[in-house]
Design a protein around this ligand. Structure first.
Ligand SMILES: [Zn+2]
Length: 502
């Protein structure tokens, strides 16, 4: 089986062959850290986490870089509004972004380079473009001259007049052509600035990504990802600068994910169905979404749609995702209960166990399990069709459940049947892991359990209060100690006792 990926550059599905055999470099445009992360910021990381996991599963040595844009107009505006510094906002929002990824279990990103820490690479790259005649400096600004790049527009497949419209926001004094864009911006008073051959200033957004991606992944990237909204002008400009500077192709496969459309009452939001952006005011912040839904449900919701399609975030989709995910959870729980122990490495996957099973009554079952695994892999090989892969996991879960029922394994516990079920479920679980499911232990305050946990905690707190009222301090202390042992802290306040989970 070979992997094929849809390349925005060629508008076709192509056979995936990395630049260097066995190695893959992925660059995904990260956040501009001027506000707390919202749910749209989680989509790219979840998709590319599954992509990286799948590539690693296929045996590639993968390096994945996500940049942090901490130098940008939006940060400067936010700092002025909040009466603080750009550095303070960037530090706070970067931490919130990294915390959100950690709670989601997105732990496959190898580097998070920050623009502010790469001025040398950025200015060197700009100088290279100036020296080669692709860029020119005027009044402390440096502009990329799009007319010098014959290929300009080849990624977004846009006509020249549309390109001009896309770059309108970058119009400034001294530009030779309306579509030219800024590589370096002269410093205005009270703005963060760095020294450069063109005077003090700061880089444009596009050049930051070119400089940082090439520093960590070399001059030829295998995969460059980002939301569809970054295709133009950001990625077009990244491509133009990078290829003019190096004289060879910059990225082999450009992958663009669909945008998030939101329609939910979560977090008290109004019901809307619009493309998600900060200006719409319908943003669900990442922390709320993770706390309310939990990491697995968010992943399931995001990966249930093919990455190139828009992701609808609605109450209906949440309900359907919860139902789908609970089918997976119930299977694992059922099997572990039947086995009387958790699934662990001691159980072989079906690939290893099938040889013996083919000689038994369970041969058809073993074949069906392997066929569904193949289907999962075929789906992933088809441009990372995670939605199709999830569908094949449901079919596989159905096969295991039916087998358990037909063999009455919960009652009879025949060792050979138990072993076959364990291998099938081990296979199921390993495929779930490729999509990143069931890796993060759900926090106590997750999803549907939240209400129940809150109610139970109220009971514990009430019993402890009664014990203290009757001077039964042994019981009161015992309750606190037991709760501490599972990471729950009680805090007595003038208006009552509250609890929190570490
Ligand atoms: Zn970028």
């Amino acid at each position: 089986m070979s992997l094929r990926v849809y390349n925005t550059l060629t508008k076709q599905k192509e056979l995936f062959e990395p630049v260097k055999p066995g190695k893959v470099g992925i660059y995904l445009c990260g956040p501009t850290v001027y506000k707390p992360p919202h749910i749209g910021h989680l989509v790219g990381p979840v998709i590319f986490d599954a992509i990286k996991r799948y590539l690693v599963f296929k045996g590639y040595d993968v390096t994945w870089v996500v940049n942090i844009t901490d130098v940008d107009d939006k940060l400067i505006e936010a700092a002025a509004t909040e009466k603080t510094t750009v550095a303070e906002i960037a530090q706070r929002c970067t931490k919130e972004y990294l915390d959100a990824l950690a709670s989601l279990g997105v732990d496959t990103i190898d580097r998070f380079p920050k623009a502010s820490e790469h001025m040398e690479e950025i200015t060197t790259l700009i100088q290279k473009l100036v020296d080669q005649g692709f860029a020119y400096a005027t009044d402390g600004n440096v502009w990329f001259d799009v007319t010098k790049d014959e290929d300009y527009g080849k990624l977004s497949h846009r006509r020249p007049e549309e390109q001009e419209a896309g770059n309108r926001d970058l119009q400034g004094a001294g530009k030779r052509n309306p579509a030219d864009f800024a590589l370096w911006k002269a410093a205005k008073p009270n703005e963060p600035k760095w020294d450069s051959p063109w005077g003090p200033g700061r880089p444009g957004w596009h050049i930051e990504c070119s400089a940082m991606s090439m520093k960590y992944l070399g001059e030829r990237l295998d995969i460059h990802g980002g939301g569809m909204d970054l295709l133009f002008p950001h990625h077009e400009n990244e491509l133009a600068q990078s290829e003019c500077a190096t004289g060879h192709p910059f990225v082999k496969y450009w992958l663009h994910n669909g945008l998030t459309r939101i329609k939910t009452k979560l977090a008290g939001g109004e019901v809307k169905n619009e493309k998600m952006s900060k200006s719409l005011g319908n943003v669900i912040d990442a922390r709320t979404a993770i706390a309310e839904l939990g990491p697995d449900l968010l992943r399931y919701l995001i990966l249930s749609t093919h990455y190139r399609s828009p992701i609808d975030f609605s109450d209906e989709v949440v309900v359907a995702s919860r139902k789908g995910l609970s089918t997976f959870g119930r299977l694992l729980e059922r099997v572990e209960r039947t086995l009387g122990e958790p699934l662990s490495d001691k159980f072989q996957t079906m690939d290893l166990a099938a040889g013996n099973l083919f000689e038994t009554d369970h041969a058809d079952f073993a074949r069906a399990v392997l066929a569904h695994k193949m289907k999962f892999l075929e789906m992933m090989d088809d441009d990372f069709n995670t939605a199709g892969a999830i569908a094949s996991l449901h079919e596989l879960a159905g096969v295991v459940n039916s087998f358990m029922e037909s063999r009455r394994v919960e009652k009879e516990k025949q060792p050979d049947v138990l072993a076959a079920v364990a291998s099938a479920t081990q296979t199921f679980k390993s495929l779930c892991t490729i999509l990143g499911f069931f890796r993060v232990k759900p926090p106590l305050t997750d999803g549907r359990e939240k209400g129940l946990v809150d109610d139970l905690m109220k009971i514990f707190i009430a019993i402890r209060a009664e014990a203290r009222d009757t001077k039964n301090f042994t019981t009161a202390d015992s309750i606190r100690k037991h709760l501490t042992s599972i990471g729950i802290t009680l805090e007595d306040r003038p208006d009552g006792t509250i609890w929190r989970k570490d």
